[in-house]
Design a protein around this ligand. Structure first.
Ligand code: PNW
Length: 438
């Protein structure tokens, strides 16, 4: 059905559909040496010359650690019903194992209580890439033992905070914390080894499964799940279809199939040859633990062309990522048809970077971001109409923040952050979301 996207209404979505905004700990908190926090691999990585485009680090970031109440008020002003945040493992276990650091737990308890007091649902992510450096010194995710350390950390957090939150996701985007981090080397710890990356991916997914076991035993009301970054792959010629299958297999199926089918995808296993991970008996059963939800982070599509062609007429965000909302509908519908035991889906991240500037009128006009979000919400609506069980949507991000290897140069926020003053200003996109939800 032809719907003018600007006419998209809250009532086009189910009444109990969750709308929220998302962030992660390292990208916004700052205060990296406070509250008993230990160093993470991102603190180390930022100090290595050439790793971060603008030479920045997470020491101050959005100073969220010191501005918690102000930021909770900001979230509430957007009229959302939910907030997705992550817990910094090195605040809870400064060296990645052993007793819990009470100050760390207390900070997140204050955050959660503050959300509840404002009528907002807390959605907690356990691991958004900030591995304690002490565990990296032992090999990081290439070391099988890290999976068991992660499960222990999950139990500590879930015991204390689990009773108060709506959902707990184990990992955010294991493709990023394995392939992008240990093979491509763009993220911490910056390695360049495919076998190391595949071992890391295996141990991440094993850690996910072990954490699920630990948390299930607590009989929490919270929904337990996993967040993957997924995209749809396309080509403009049948000659490129093998390339499409390969891209889809490495990016999507390598992570989906162990969790939803209890097996690695055969074609990709063969493709990886001698680089495949050491899988112990029983690992895949652990990884296949039932999920209450699957979180999907979607930003763009993959266009495969051996000849190097670009999709005609394509438009791009400031990340150089193509804007392709149809890819989100296609992805959701495909998940629905390909996986028989698919849990309910949450869009846990979606958004766009643009080089926003504070105008002379004191406003930030970001019409391209407004359009991006409207188009992708419409894409979600179309998937729901097609029968896919999507329960919520979280815009990435609440506010501009530390965009990993790009530092502060890429702005994903609905709220503008002036890093000199730490002043927060609602962009037009925040006002649009506020009005849409209000
Ligand atoms: C995600 N890639 O990162 C993360 O979950 C966020 O922390 C991040 O700020 C956001 O998306 C925007 O980048 C990704 O290279 C980073 O395909 C890189 C990729 C995908 C996701």
């Amino acid at each position: 059905p032809e719907v003018k996207i600007s006419d998209l209404l809250r009532t086009d979505f189910p009444a109990n559909f969750t709308f929220g905004v998302a962030t992660s700990a390292f990208q916004i908190e700052g205060a990296t040496q406070e509250g008993g926090r230990g160093p993470s691999i991102w603190d180390t990585f930022c100090r290595e010359p050439g790793r971060i485009r603008d030479g920045s680090n997470g020491d101050i970031a959005c100073d969220h650690y010191h501005r918690l109440d102000e930021d909770l008020d900001l979230i509430a002003r957007l009229n959302v019903s939910a907030y997705r945040f992550s817990v910094a493992w090195p605040r809870i276990q400064p060296t990645g194992s052993g007793a819990a650091n009470e100050e760390g737990l207390a900070f997140y308890e204050r955050l959660i209580d503050g959300l509840i007091a404002r009528g907002l649902e807390p959605h907690l992510t356990l691991y958004h890439w900030d591995l304690p450096q002490a565990l990296q010194d032992l090999g990081g995710w290439t070391h099988r033992d890290t999976a068991y350390r992660f499960a222990e950390y999950a139990r500590i957090v879930a015991e204390r905070l689990g009773p108060k939150v709506k959902s707990i996701a184990t990992l955010n985007e294991p493709w990023c914390s394995s392939i992008l981090s240990y093979q491509i080397g763009e993220h911490a710890p910056g390695w360049n080894s495919r076998p190391a990356a595949l071992a890391a991916a295996h141990h991440l997914m094993l850690g996910h499964g072990l954490a699920m076991q630990q948390m299930r035993a607590l009989n929490l009301k919270a929904e337990l799940g996993l967040v993957l970054n997924l995209d749809s792959a396309y080509s403009d010629t049948p000659d490129d279809l093998p390339g499409v299958q390969l891209a889809d297999g490495k990016f999507n199926r390598w992570f989906l199939d162990p969790v939803l089918r209890g097996q690695y995808p055969h074609d990709i296993w063969v493709h990886y040859g001698n680089d495949v991970p050491d899988v112990h008996a029983g690992d895949l059963d652990i990884m296949q633990a039932p999920l209450d939800f699957l979180g999907v982070n979607y930003y763009s599509r993959t266009f495969v062309s051996a000849a190097g062609r670009k999709p005609p007429g394509a438009t791009y965000t400031d990340m150089g990522w193509e804007i392709y909302p149809q890819g989100l509908t296609d992805l959701l519908v495909r998940l629905h048809h390909s996986y028989s035991d698919l849990p309910p889906l949450l869009i846990t991240e979606n958004g766009a970077a643009y080089p926003d500037e504070l105008g002379t009128d004191g406003q930030i006009h970001d019409p391209a971001r407004v359009e991006y979000i409207q188009q992708h919400l419409n894409a979600v609506r179309e998937a729901i109409t097609a029968g896919v069980d999507v329960r919520g949507y979280f815009a990435w991000s609440l506010m501009d923040n530390f965009e990993w290897a790009y530092g502060y140069g890429k702005r994903f926020g609905l709220v503008y952050v002036d890093y000199q003053t730490q002043a927060r200003t609602l962009k037009d996109s925040a006002k649009w979301y506020q009005g849409f939800l209000g």
